[in-house]
Design a protein around this ligand. Structure first.
Ligand SMILES: [Zn+2]
Length: 425
């Protein structure tokens, strides 16, 4: 359970961790389909090759519905323009815009949608972006779906950070949908209902859609058996900033753990499979395609998926165990043996690639920093403030050390222990 002293020392001395994190941020926000995303893949290839020149890895093609917004504006009733950001895969509006009344549903809970069911049809729904890494969070995509189902013609979501818009995906795959924009909290305040009625806005969105292709990168480091522990992180992000916490931290951490463990894995009971997914921010598409094509036997050979998404930006670390209760004592024992404080959170949260593994019956967890901490820098994820200055080097290093300990322990866990992780079917 205790991470091998030599591996720990190598990780503590690895200057590549901070270099990689900064280099990934330098690639830009990595929105899928942009040059920024391609630069990040090139960088990841180069860094893995430097760590293990003999391992060429494998690129898996990922076809998806390509999309970009060529124009997005939000005009208020006084004629002024408010800052806005198109949600990923929003539909376009008519060329002269979509003008409609705005109904403010506050946070956008199911209760609020229900109580206002008769008021929503034909209007634009306004809701708030919530701290994503907290118990009881209602995901933006659920609110978008509730707005659509109630007959809304548009969707506005207000970010948490004064003066800044918020990004995110609408979750729409193809076909029908409603126009969707992220806005700043000050704009939302101006759209409050008045005694005289609902305020009117005009949303104008132009998009270009075409079939597109990205990739999943996979590197296998075999152990002594044909079983695997999958260590994953998503490459893509949003074009507001650097997507530093989400998920520059996870990528840099996976690279460092790969450097440290790759030379050792041949002596481990199970192999290490390193995976870099994309179009995660587009409804977890890359990992969905990978897990979907795995046969039952291949799924059975994956002992555990450890998915790193936003692992620094706070000193607190949580393992979201996706309903796999028996994984929790294992995670906690690794944390205790290595002097890390890690909390486990059980409900399945479909907020990153681990959810696709978990849904397919593969024990899976996501490591995330700042869970349930409204003051943590993680509250700034999906805003232009998700920049590298929000990440402490010491936090990134401790998350990386814990990941290495967890992955090494999972690779070497007794078969009886690993069998317990999978609920008997
Ligand atoms: Zn993420």
């Amino acid at each position: 359970m205790l991470l091998d002293g030599k591996i720990a020392a190598a990780l503590l001395a690895d200057t590549g961790l901070w270099r990689d994190f900064n280099d990934i941020c330098d690639c830009g926000g990595r929105l899928a389909g942009t040059e920024s995303e391609k630069r990040a893949f090139t960088l990841l290839r180069e860094r893995v090759r430097a760590a293990s020149p003999a391992n060429a890895g494998r690129s898996i093609s990922v076809p998806y519905g390509g999309w970009r917004a060529t124009r997005a504006t939000l005009r208020l009733s006084d004629g002024s323009l408010a800052a806005c950001h198109p949600l990923v895969r929003t539909i376009a509006t008519p060329a002269d815009g979509l003008a409609a009344e705005v109904i403010d549903l506050g946070r956008g809970t199911p209760e609020e949608f229900e109580a206002h069911a008769a008021d929503i049809k034909g209007r634009i729904v306004l809701v708030r972006h919530e701290l994503m890494f907290a118990a009881g969070t209602i995901h933006r995509r659920r609110k978008y779906d509730m707005a659509r189902a109630a007959g809304a013609v548009g969707f506005l979501i207000a970010g948490p950070l004064a003066g800044h818009v918020v990004a995110g995906s609408s979750g729409r795959q193809s076909g029908e949908g409603i126009a969707a924009l992220g806005i700043a909290p000050e704009t939302a305040a101006r759209l409050a209902r008045r005694a005289t009625g609902f305020p009117t806005v005009t949303m104008t969105i132009e998009t270009a859609e075409a079939p597109a292709e990205t990739e999943t990168l996979l590197y296998d480091y075999p152990g002594k058996s044909d079983e695997w522990v999958v260590l994953s992180a998503h490459v893509d992000g949003h074009d507001l900033a650097e997507s530093a916490m989400d998920n520059g931290t996870g990528l840099a951490s996976v690279l460092a753990v790969t450097r440290a463990l790759a030379p050792q894995v041949a002596n481990f009971r199970r192999g290490l499979r390193v995976m870099f997914f994309s179009v995660e921010e587009w409804a977890l598409t890359g990992s969905a395609q990978y897990v979907e094509q795995l046969g039952a036997a291949e799924r059975g050979k994956i002992a555990l998926n450890v998915n790193l998404d936003s692992v620094a930006g706070s000193s607190s670390l949580a393992a979201l165990t996706s309903g796999y209760a028996e994984v929790e004592p294992f995670v906690l024992s690794v944390a205790e043996a290595n002097g890390s404080a890690v909390r486990t959170v059980r409900p399945l949260m479909t907020n990153s690639d681990h959810a696709n593994f978990a849904a397919a019956g593969i024990p899976a967890l996501r490591l995330v920093a700042g869970f349930d901490d409204p003051a943590a820098n993680l509250r700034l994820v999906l805003t232009p403030a998700d920049t590298r200055d929000k990440v402490g080097q010491a936090d990134l290093r401790s998350a990386t050390l814990f990941t290495a300990a967890l992955v090494a322990a999972a690779c070497n866990a007794e078969p009886a222990e690993v069998a317990k992780w999978r609920p008997s079917s």
